[in-house]
Design a binder for this molecule. Structure first.
Ligand SMILES: [Zn+2]
Length: 469
């Protein structure tokens, strides 16, 4: 122990520090010391302040302090579709005379400026909700523009190569995108390209391997994806088993259930991350448990697609059997980023199960870091990890009476109590406002882009009530 405190860049004191470390330690009167981009001390305040003196000090006011939240699945360039696609499930999925789906038309109409505007809006909304990183779904065309947008806001992203698919039978959109034809040669020519970003150890935006999945990839493409992920030390990520129609087509094509097939191909491993899994059969559950693979769960999508009419949710059971489960928001269309814990908790309850608030919080932090392939860098407050830190506010009713701060934060306050967000040791949000970008300008650009794309794609969004000018 030093007799004189050492100096660090930032000291956060007077926090209810939820570390999410291996022991899930909580320091009710805790402090964190940050030097440069990394955490150098975390623990009881009396110990941390005896050893460290901060050039800058933030008093958390007794509020919870925790690792930055991580979204396991986000289509960052589709943020502007919010409100454009009908929320009425009776409306046909195919739009216009072209026969191309609304999302397909939107992807086809987007320019690099549109992708930038959507990504910056989404990143800003994530930041304001305490999210410091997301795993993108591999649906960005202009990845450099998106990387620039995300970095300007000051959060992290893990991008994939654009639309890796080579089969059109099970997934309609794989036949719709002019710029990303379903073609194995095209995919093999770009696969793993985004991993070039990982050569810079300090890059906020990194790369991984994403194939689109859900029946749009041949075995050759899936195996090439796994090989590239192994070679680059990243995760292979894909959609799978979202809704009944697509799963039935895959059963037919493969002659067996998808996860049984993936297991035989050798794809289920600690560096593979599968998204959705709304429909799983018993033989698939057995293939997944113990494989080490990661699951990204979107409980609101399970409900939106009315999957429960035919299939119970299996993910609470997978979680109970030790599978690494994290949450993803997909596209924040009828919900916003950060609603997953409450929706997942209630979905489990609806079917007689129980997931604790603590389990739901793991799905937003350490489990999500592992699923994104970044478990050694982020997802917990530990010495040596990147200083991605969220400080909550005590100035809202949802933060009280404080008898169970974790439950209050995860299920009741959710993300509305986020006050300050630090990424890589730098303050990116203070008092609920972004520090690095002009929020009004970001929102104006997103509104203009979304209106233009809605007009091009023939969407006629708006309330069903008459609007009088
Ligand atoms: Zn998705």
């Amino acid at each position: 122990m030093n007799s004189h405190p050492a100096v660090c860049d930032l000291l956060i004191r007077n926090g209810y520090v939820v570390t999410m470390d291996g022991g899930r330690r909580v320091f009710p009167a805790g402090a964190i010391a940050v030097e440069g981009k990394r955490i150098v001390a975390v623990g009881p305040e009396r110990e941390v302040t005896a050893a460290w003196r901060g050039r800058r000090v933030i008093d958390a006011g007794g509020a919870p302090v925790h690792p930055g939240l991580i979204d396991g699945h986000y289509h960052v360039t589709m943020h502007g579709t919010r409100g454009a696609m009908s929320d009425d499930p009776s409306k046909p999925a195919l739009g216009g005379a072209s026969g191309i789906s609304p999302y397909g038309q939107w992807f086809n109409a987007m320019t690099a400026e549109d992708e930038y505007a959507s990504a910056q809006h989404a990143s800003l909304e994530m930041l304001a909700n305490g999210y410091t990183c997301f795993l993108e779904a591999g649906t960005v065309f202009e990845t450099d523009a998106v990387a620039e947008a995300v970095t300007a806001v000051g959060i992290r992203a893990v991008l994939g190569d654009p639309f890796l698919w080579d089969l059109t039978g099970s997934m309609a959109m794989a036949a719709e995108l002019d710029r990303a034809p379903a073609d194995l040669a095209r995919c093999l020519s770009v696969i793993g390209r985004e991993c070039r970003r990982n050569e810079d150890p300090d890059a906020l935006v990194r790369g991984h391997v994403a194939v689109y999945g859900s029946g749009s990839a041949s075995d050759d493409l899936l195996l090439a994806g796994k090989e590239a992920a192994d070679r680059h030390g990243v995760v292979l990520n894909q959609h799978q088993s979202l809704e009944a129609g697509g799963v039935a087509r895959e059963d037919e094509r493969l002659g067996r259930h998808p996860f049984v097939h993936f297991a035989e191909l050798g794809l289920l491993a600690e560096n593979t991350t599968y998204v959705h899994l709304n429909i799983l059969r018993e033989d698939e559950v057995e293939a997944i448990v113990g494989s080490g693979m990661n699951v990204i769960w979107h409980p609101a999508n399970y409900q939106f697609y009315a999957v429960g009419r035919t299939t119970p949710p299996r993910i609470p059971d997978l979680h109970g059997r030790g599978v690494n489960v994290a949450l993803g928001s997909d596209i924040a269309k009828l919900w916003t980023i950060g609603e997953g814990p409450l929706v997942g908790y209630l979905l489990a309850r609806e079917w007689g199960g129980y997931l604790t608030a603590e389990a739901m919080f793991e799905m937003q932090t350490c489990a999500a870091a592992r699923a994104a392939g970044l478990g050694d860098r982020i997802g917990s407050l530990e010495v040596g990890k990147r200083a991605d830190i969220v400080i909550r506010s005590q100035h809202r009713g949802e933060s009280h009476p404080g008898l169970n701060p974790v439950q209050e934060m995860v299920l009741i306050g959710r993300t509305r109590t986020v006050d300050t967000v630090i990424v890589d040791g730098e303050v990116a949000l203070r008092g609920g406002r972004a520090v690095r970008v002009d929020e009004d300008a970001v929102h104006a650009a997103s509104r203009a882009s979304a209106r233009r794309l809605a007009a091009i794609t023939g969407q006629t969004p708006g309330t069903i009530w008459p609007e009088t000018l």
